[in-house]
Write a protein that binds this ligand. Sequence first.
Ligand code: PLP
Length: 383
Amino acid sequence: MGSVIYLDNNATTPVAPEVLEAMEPWLRGGFGNPSSGYSLGRAAAAAIVTARGQLAALAGCQPDEWIFTSGGTESINTAFHSALAMNPSKRHIVTSAVEHSATLRLCEHLEGQGFEVTRLTVDDHGQIDLDHLAASIRPDTALVSLLWANNETGVLWPLQNLAAGVQKTSAILHIDAVQAFGKIPLRLEGLGVHFMSFSGHKLHAPKGIGGLYANRRVPFTPLFRGTQENDRRGGTQNVSGIVGFGKAADLAASPFDPALRDRLESTLLAKIPGTIVNGDRAHRLPNTINLSFYGIDSGDALILLDERGLCCSAVSSCATGSGKPSHVLKAMGLTDTQAKSSLRLSLSRLTTAEEIARASEILPAVIAKLRAASPVDSPVFFS
Ligand code: PLP
């Protein structure tokens, strides 16, 4: 693993050394159940209190508005469950065509249960139309569920404007902040969002720990019933994961510097002709690049890149291997060929300048090799 250049941090991030160090005592001597009344249990409960405070500080909310879950997918499912339980006569949901599969699949399931789902489209920069959003919300809209940052392109949607638009209606607003959390400053207090979903493994905590913000003024219906998390999420808490997530939140408190991403992007654009950047470059996560390279198939590129020790992805990691072009890039108006020639490169706070320098050599060589192997006459779509 030593020499691997890891540029797939939107899929998952390595656990930060400080996070691992913070977790370790809770996997060893501090193994108590946080619900137990003796000191071993009370120590675990106190560690959870600390972590909840660390996460609430990063999210800009009250600690009692933060519920620990097993990850982003569970948080999304819980937010939907709670929002739809609030007013069972409302059977309409507004979401977008470019959501993560966790939301897409849930919406497909709910359609099968008789819910009506409106999927908002995006423009060719991946941006959402706020007027279109406002027009799609009806008196029977129970829930609006939208991304903050897209996992494939990094495109950021205007969170404050989204919240302000939905606040004028009676619909509940859930935001999938799995990719943006820890990269973009957040202040939930007063924002007007009802639910927000988070995942630890996107910011150097381990897999299997997540969070759900539930606005204290909104009624909550648990998905998993039990006494933990103040009756809102049953199941013995993942103490070490929670402590690690808290530590990761502390590490994410400083702004994420886009300098290495920008350096990689400008180098690749200069070295590889016939390359386009997918997504709104002015409103993007500071760690993500999505590029299309004419004349190549991203599946072939991934094999050669892997052989040279570079990890990145073609579409969202959950869809890799499906052979289908990205639904996100398709929604932005790319053709199948364009979408299938795209790569996502995503950095983390642990990415080094040396890795970026090596990636800046490997990628142009791989693209050139693929183009030489099957030349395309005219890069028509890149004019
Ligand atoms: N939402 C987005 C935008 C994601 O990128 C992901 C994971 O890739 C998820 C939700 C699901 O999170 P988890 O893997 O923690 O279930």
